[in-house]
Design a protein around this ligand. Structure first.
Ligand code: NAD
Ligand code: KPL
Length: 305
């Protein structure tokens, strides 16, 4: 198996992973949207990682999906709503037994991707690292966070985890990746939509304690019902803790809406409501929250999926 890391999507997380792997001497190839983006990237001369006020340029080779080299390992670093289509474009290049690492937040996109590539192994990831871009081909990283990786179909850890250690990417292999993803989804559902609707920082939700607690109770019921009792354990307390610990921050969904960007709502609150309905579970507050958020988005001309 080739040890090259193909990285699909040179946005915030994709660039962060690409720069750290390249810095550690690993072979990395970026896969960009189209020839125009490739030309712009080549003109910039590479990706710049800004960490602790230090900027470092990494001249990582790039290509588009139309390149013909086979892919053995693919880090999928696009948004949840782009992942299925982006991977479908690359399916012919994936060798039998190729490994995909799916960095998407929420749930639903991972299964959609896996269905596109039955000949590949799909490893799910849940990341709490925070990266953002102020300009094209540049990524800022504060240096905090962690990555959990796992494969619910195969508990065997891949050998390339050593590459992550060499690159200083904090990570742990876990057989309970779905529990991690469900827990993060529940946290995001309890916090992010309310920050949008109340137009506040995370800390502003302290004033809406009862609303948050009611949502946590319904989310816990959902997690129990869909076989994720561990993800439900102490959810309300953790949500309160996160609200206080990130009081000064604007949630990622708040920032998306503020900047007129599409949100990942379909894979967060949308997924929670769809799973509840599949289990004939009535969660009136969660459903009402979803409806209010969809109205809020469509009033601003933002996609609801
Ligand atoms: P982003 O929007 O910064 O980057 C996504 C990139 O994918 C964009 O550059 C986009 O052009 C590219 N892309 C989309 N379709 C493509 C295609 N067909 N071919 C090539 N490139 C394509 O997104 P992000 O912030 O890096 O987030 C990626 C995922 O990681 C999301 O699900 C997000 O929720 C999750 N996540 C992000 C962070 C973070 O700090 N940014 C933290 C944790 C989890
Ligand atoms: O992960 C988050 C986000 O902003 O997306 C927080 C606010 C920490 C939890 O929902």
């Amino acid at each position: 198996m080739s040890s090259t890391w193909h990285i699909l999507g040179a946005g915030s997380l994709g660039s962060l992973w690409a720069c750290r792997l390249a810095r550690a001497g690993k072979a990395v190839r970026l896969i960009l949207r189209d020839a125009e983006r490739l030309k712009a990237y080549e003109a910039a001369g590479g990706l710049t990682l800004i960490e602790k006020d230090q900027a470092q340029l990494h001249a990582i080779p790039a290509q588009t999906a139309h390149d013909t080299t086979p892919i053995h390992r693919l880090l999928v670093a696009c948004k949840a709503y782009d992942a299925e289509h982006a991977v479908a474009q690359l399916a012919p290049r994936l060798v039998h037994g190729a490994e995909l690492i799916l960095l998407q937040n929420g749930l639903g996109s991972q299964d959609a991707v896996a269905n596109q590539v039955p000949h590949a192994r799909c490893i799910f990831a849940s990341s709490t690292e925070g990266a953002f871009r102020q300009a094209d081909w540049q990524v800022n990283f504060a240096g905090h966070g962690f990555n959990w990786l796992g494969d619910q179909a195969n508990p065997l850890a891949p050998e390339w985890l050593d590459d992550l250690s060499d690159a200083g990417i904090p990570h742990e292999w876990t057989p309970d990746i779905l529990t991690r993803l469900w827990r993060k989804l529940a946290l995001n559902c309890a916090i992010n939509p309310l920050t949008v609707l109340h137009d506040c920082r995370n800390g502003g939700l302290v004033a809406h304690h009862c609303e948050v607690a009611t949502l946590c109770a319904e989310l816990s019921e959902l997690l129990q019902c869909c076989g994720q009792p561990e993800a439900a354990d102490g959810l309300s307390e953790e949500v309160e803790r996160v609200i206080k610990a990130t009081a000064a921050n604007y949630s990622s969904m708040y920032q998306d809406v503020r900047q007129g960007r599409r949100t990942e709502i379909h894979y967060l609150l949308g997924h929670a409501c769809r799973v509840a309905s599949r289990h004939s579970l009535e969660l009136p507050h969660l459903e009402r929250l979803y409806r209010r958020l969809l109205e809020h988005l469509s009033a601003r001309g933002l996609p609801c999926d």
